[in-house]
Design a protein around this ligand. Structure first.
Ligand code: SF4
Length: 263
């Protein structure tokens, strides 16, 4: 086994930044084979990744966590992407229904501490149960989102999921994203047309007023300290130096030592 750190990924990240998102999806399939999946909350960037998987024909499943309190529009978007783009979308659920959770713990999402616990149980735990299934997970973070995501690298160590997080859209601007959606008539969550700039659970997401930050509609009732759910490595404590332990041969492939594919 070999240790893979964020520092090890620096030079490969520099090279991958020259590639298009579609080329990065091909690279991911080439390097990780069947041990790579995309993860999507059915927001517009995730829908763009889904369209790119469809248009390139790269067979990578899409993972979706149904928290049990998603908007119906979000579930409908998932179903449309699966049927119209022919994607394999795998849905995960929390252990407890929201009713069971509330009976046991109270209404958690009404306090900052409770929100962390609720997001962990409903969004993070269902994915933690599949640790070891995938060596890489494709996300849809973009630097243009700002905040903690403004430095999101293409490849990032996700020590919680024990996988490499791949952000093929890291360098894509808002204009480029919306241009792609318009040009390809991408299926997107219709809530984006109703004032929602980002979309999470129906308990904790509201539309955003003109001039407000994009994530102002997330956990609005809790104030500005709760703006992430903790599912993305970019949103966690940056002072940690996480690492992964992978077979030597996989580390060689990730770093391009034994294959010159795309690098
Ligand atoms: S967004 Fe709100 S309802 Fe959804 S998991 Fe987090 S705290 Fe719970």
């Amino acid at each position: 086994m070999a240790r893979l750190t964020q520092a090890d990924l620096a030079s490969v990240n520099e090279k991958l930044e020259q590639r298009t998102p579609q080329e990065l999806l091909l690279w991911a399939k080439e390097v990780f084979g069947d041990r790579v999946a995309a993860i999507s909350a059915m927001q517009e960037a995730g829908c763009v990744i889904s369209h790119m998987l469809h248009s390139t024909g790269v067979k990578i499943p899409v993972l979706f966590v149904d928290t049990g309190v998603n908007f119906q529009e979000t579930l409908d978007t998932r179903d449309r992407l699966a049927s119209e783009y022919g994607l394999e979308i795998i849905t995960f659920h929390p252990e407890l229904s929201m009713e069971e959770q509330t009976a046991k713990y109270g209404i958690l999402y009404l306090t900052p501490e409770g929100q962390k616990q609720c997001c962990h149980m409903r969004k993070v735990d269902p994915l933690l149960k599949i640790i070891g299934t995938y060596d890489a997970m494709i996300g849809s973070l973009r630097r243009a989102e700002g905040g903690k995501r403004s430095m999101a690298p293409i490849l990032q160590i996700d020590d919680e999921m024990k996988a490499v997080r791949i952000n093929p859209l890291a360098l894509v601007t808002d204009e480029q994203l919306h241009g792609y959606i318009a040009e390809h008539n991408v299926i997107v969550n219709p809530l984006h047309h109703q004032g929602f700039s980002t979309i999470g659970c129906n308990r904790c997401t509201t539309p955003v007023m003109p001039g407000e930050p994009k994530r102002a509609g997330r956990w609005r009732h809790l104030g500005p300290w709760s703006v992430y759910c903790g599912i993305n490595p970019s949103d966690r404590d940056p002072s940690k130096a996480p690492y992964l332990e992978f077979p030597d041969e996989l580390v060689d492939r990730i770093l391009g030592r034994k294959s010159d594919f795309m690098i």
